[in-house]
Design a protein around this ligand. Structure first.
Ligand code: ATP
Length: 137
């Protein structure tokens, strides 16, 4: 079994799709190992998105992620990382995500793409350690 770090970003919380996203995770057969609503300090957001530090959208991404509460979750199951990324759909909700995915069904703009899921076992371990230090492996 595998674990992945999932975030429902402030736009998802604001749009009222927390239940919808969690429902899709559960219907897929994945389970929740941790789940919490919280407002992210800028330092944690910057660490989470450290790989994008040099990108032009970094500042606005941090502003967005810290703009309101997010749901942080550790999601577990066989191939959980790939399975959640399948549920999420591609980064751009219109050009990449297809209907039937979370982003494809609810998103319009790349920045406001509702959810985050770790993209590799290394990212998952790093991100779970960052968001849920008590679960650090
Ligand atoms: P994926 O790994 O599938 O691309 P992701 O969510 O990890 O999904 P990243 O490319 O890592 O996407 O980018 C992180 C986040 O930064 C995106 O989810 C999105 O919110 C934001 N973002 C990415 N590209 C842009 C962009 N060109 N303009 C504005 N925001 C962006």
């Amino acid at each position: 079994t595998e674990q992945t770090l999932v975030l429902i970003k402030p736009d998802g919380v604001q749009r009222g799709v927390i239940g919808e996203v969690i429902s899709r995770i559960e219907r897929k057969g994945l389970t929740l190992a941790a789940l919490e609503l919280r407002t992210v300090p800028t330092e944690i957001a910057a660490e989470h998105y450290a790989e994008h530090a040099e990108r032009p959208f970094f500042g606005s991404l941090l502003e967005f992620i810290t703009s309101g509460p997010v749901v942080a979750a550790v999601v577990e199951g066989p191939r959980a990382i790939a399975a959640f990324r399948q549920l999420a759909g591609g980064t751009d909700p219109v050009e990449k995500a297809t209907p039937g995915t979370i982003r494809g069904d609810f998103g319009l703009e790349t920045q406001f793409n509702l959810v985050h899921g770790s993209d590799s076992p290394e990212s998952a371990a790093r991100e779970i350690g960052l968001w849920f230090p008590a679960l650090r492996s």
